[in-house]
Design a protein. Structure first.
Length: 266
């Protein structure tokens, strides 16, 4: 992929479910090496858009291109070589070990029945070391802490070697330490030329780590840009129907402090 081809280009994306318009004419374009925060209230279309990008959902109208390729014309295995998904939960793990789960991320490259070749094993072990879970490689995923499971999910997506990674609420069940740790891992991945889109409810966390924030409401994009420029008290009120204080701390990092819901919004 040449530098002038966007990692992600979305034009006129709409998605309808039984008459409900979940996405309405979304246009977005991003290059490589960015950590992008996807922010908005529940039901605004964040997860739907990510599922359309990875072809879990078929879009109703519009086009989605990843690395210059129209995903609607690609097979699932082909999309998986470009786009990796990190869900909020590991789901059923059925006694699987951490190493086996991370190794599953190599499935887009499978062209044989017995597929764990030395390259798959090398990439998997390297990823586990990168995300600090190598010592857990024989441990059952079900017995891991929330932070360990989240790092294993990210490592699984990482070994797919995608151009674009989609991460859904990675810190929702984590304590303060692991929230920061996971975001720092994602930031490092973006710095290695992988574009990472994170859907998250913690606005202050997104504002601190993300290069770009996309703000959504009722299926539409209402703002895109540098979080320090677009995240304002007025925007928080309009999007979330909440009064908040938005400011900079002593280190120049933006923070959002919710105060109260707007009277009459309930």
């Amino acid at each position: 992929m040449t530098d002038d081809v966007p990692v992600l280009r979305i034009r006129g994306l709409s998605k309808e479910f039984d008459g409900f318009q979940a996405l309405k004419g979304v246009d977005l374009e991003f290059g490589k090496g960015l950590l992008i925060g996807l922010i908005g209230p529940n039901g605004c279309g964040k997860s739907t858009m990510m599922k359309c990008i990875s072809r879990i959902h078929e879009q109703t109208t519009g086009t989605i291109e990843v690395a210059g390729k129209d995903v609607s014309s690609m097979k699932a295995a082909e999309v998986a070589k470009l786009v990796a998904n990190v869900p909020a939960e590991a789901g059923q793990t059925f006694g699987i070990s951490v190493m086996d789960m991370v190794m599953l991320g190599r499935y887009p490259f499978v062209d044989r029945i017995w597929w764990e070749d030395p390259e798959d094993e090398r990439v998997t072990k390297e990823a586990m070391r990168t995300f600090g879970i190598y010592e857990l490689r024989r441990k059952q995923v079900a017995l891991c802490s929330s932070g360990e499971r989240q790092r294993a999910l990210i490592a699984k997506a990482y070994v797919q070697e995608p151009r674009l990674m989609l991460v859904d609420e990675p810190t929702s069940h984590l304590d303060m330490k692991y929230k920061l740790q996971v975001m720092e891992y994602l930031q490092k991945m973006a710095r290695s030329d992988m574009t990472v889109i994170v859907a998250e409810h913690d606005i202050s966390l997104m504002a601190r780590y993300c290069d770009v924030c996309v703000i959504m409401k009722r299926g539409e994009v209402v703002a895109v840009g540098d979080p320090k420029e677009i995240i304002t008290e007025k925007l928080i009120r309009e999007v979330y129907e909440v009064e908040a204080r938005v400011g900079l701390d002593a280190d120049g990092e933006i923070y959002v402090l919710p105060k109260r819901y707007v009277e009459g919004s309930l």
